[in-house]
Design a protein around this ligand. Structure first.
Ligand code: UN1
Length: 509
């Protein structure tokens, strides 16, 4: 049995936490930007939306600050990110509490999200001394050919509700050490966590003497974000959200020759072969599919199982699903919290109805919980659905805990089924057979940006580049060399000889 906070309690505690984090209280009782907790459905704070003038001022200030910030040596720029990492460590519980209250994440996942922020800060600080360019062998005598990475400009960050703080930090930590300045437009349904992050970064900047203008927060509906999309002063627009959103943003940024980094939907699949360690597979699958109530862009949505092990695997996943504690994410024992809002719940129900119409069989789950206690909060039982084929509903990303199960007999068919969907974010194979594993990771294996062996599709570490192909948008954030997207490359040829040999052997003058 889950117990829910009494009316008004979440708003009071959220206000206390914001105060401890040094953030402004959400002070506009009639404001159009509404923070509503998915835990109970009640409103916990309201804000005014940023006006056109405020957005313009934010971009102007970021652009002005950039002209100085780009000249600060990168290791010194790293100091602000190092301080942010310390503040995040100090305030980890408070920020995680806000994530739980505003996004509905269970406590350990909310803490994990803040840990991702701390991790990326550490990564970015190290990176601040490693923004390496290459030296290439020049074809001409007495010439040196090399490249230098320079700061790019203002980075606009548009982030989604489901990772309300971590995705901001991936972008911001890297952008700041790269010498860029940031204007952030968070999801309009998670404005309080955004206030908290902005306050912590302000404090970090003040503590190390960095200019306040390196970061600006703008809040509100999509029109606010559109100003970032269309403003030529925004050199890079990094956007996380739906494919629909990316389809609009990508061409608009491209039309003004801006750079975009798109991290859009996933429809992540896992292949389970007849050689899989099923104990391990069950744990990996249940976390990826039911964790975060299926609301990660990396959530597992499709299982492609060898027919010889399908019945046993489905049976074991079904049993695990039936034991998952569903309830208030504030309860320590809960593993599955609420869907974010009514629209998410409707999408869940619609997808299940379509799956049934396509001949799908709901093995377990699909029901609701606590609907009699809570009017506007949506707790659902993660659904496990056997499908006769990969029908149109399986090609769609439904941002809810639905795991479709398909079977195969031939490994080539498994890979073909896996790659058939339009999205290409994360993927996994469960097998102890090296040939199968290596084939899955090879050029004619998984077509996704992330391909894992013997673990689920979600929960990537920050050290790797994060993002995917096809309708996922092609962008890469976070670790590896994703920082290059946040900088501009200058190729430099220096002639230190007394001659002027032309490249390609050309003779002139
Ligand atoms: C997202 O859902 O937008 O790999 C990001 C993961 C997390 C990030 C997910 N590290 O599941």
């Amino acid at each position: 049995m889950s117990s829910f906070p009494v009316s008004g309690e979440l708003a009071v505690r959220a206000a206390e936490v914001l105060a401890r984090l040094g953030a402004d209280a959400p002070s506009s009782p009639d404001g159009p930007v509404v923070s509503r907790s998915p835990i109970t459905g009640e409103v916990i704070g309201r804000l005014e939306a940023s006006t056109a003038r405020e957005v313009d001022d934010a971009i102007s200030s970021a652009a002005r600050t950039f002209t100085d910030w780009r000249l600060v040596p990168a290791p010194q720029r790293g100091a602000v990110v190092a301080r942010l990492g310390q503040l995040l460590t100090e305030h980890k519980d408070d920020l995680a509490y806000l994530v739980t209250v505003e996004a509905g994440k269970v406590t350990s996942e909310a803490l994990g999200e803040v840990q991702e922020m701390i991790d990326i800060c550490q990564f970015a600080v190290g990176l601040s001394r490693q923004l390496y360019g290459k030296t290439m062998a020049s074809e001409r005598p007495g010439h040196r050919l090399s490249e230098t990475w320079h700061p790019l400009g203002v980075v606009g960050v548009i982030s989604a509700f489901n990772f309300p703080v971590a995705v901001w930090s991936w972008n911001t930590a890297i952008a700041l050490v790269a010498g860029d300045t940031v204007v952030w437009k968070p999801s309009e349904i998670t404005p309080l966590t955004a206030l908290a992050c902005d306050a912590l970064l302000r404090r970090a900047a003040a503590d190390v003497g960095a200019p306040a203008g390196i970061h600006h927060l703008i809040q509100g509906p999509r029109e606010v974000g559109e100003r970032l999309v269309d403003d030529p002063r925004v050199a890079l627009l990094s956007a996380t959200g739906s494919v629909r959103m990316g389809r609009e943003i990508g061409p608009r940024v491209a039309a003004r020759f801006g750079r975009s980094l798109l991290e859009l939907g996933g429809n992540n699949g896992a292949v389970v072969t007849e050689h899989a360690d099923l104990d391990l597979a069950v744990r990996g699958i249940v976390f990826s599919a039911a964790g975060t109530a299926g609301q990660r862009c990396t959530s597992l949505r499709r299982l492609i199982v060898h027919s010889s092990v399908a019945d046993e695997l489905v049976d074991r996943i079904g049993k695990a699903y039936e034991q998952l504690p569903i309830g208030s994410p504030l309860d320590e024992t809960t593993l599955v919290g609420p869907l974010v809002h009514r629209a998410a719940f409707t999408a869940f129900e619609d997808a299940l109805a379509k799956a049934k119409a396509d001949g799908g069989e709901i093995v377990t789950g699909g029901g609701t919980r606590f609907a009699d206690q809570l009017d506007d909060a949506y707790y659902v039982e993660p659904a496990l659905v056997r499908m006769p084929a990969q029908t149109s509903v399986v090609h769609e990303e439904t941002f809810a805990p639905i795991l479709y199960v398909l079977t195969y007999d031939d490994f080539d068919d498994a890979i073909a089924l896996h790659n058939e969907v339009p999205q290409g974010l994360s993927s996994a194979i469960f097998t102890t057979n090296q040939r199968e594993a290596e084939r899955f990771l090879s050029a004619d294996g998984s077509d996704c940006g992330i391909a894992n062996v013997n673990l689920g599709t979600s929960g990537a570490e920050i050290g790797g580049a994060f993002g995917g192909e096809k309708e996922t948008g092609g962008g890469r954030e976070s670790g590896s060399d994703a920082w290059k997207t946040y900088m501009r490359r200058s190729t430099n040829t220096v002639n230190y000889s007394t001659e002027l040999p032309l490249a390609q052997g050309v003779n002139f003058l």
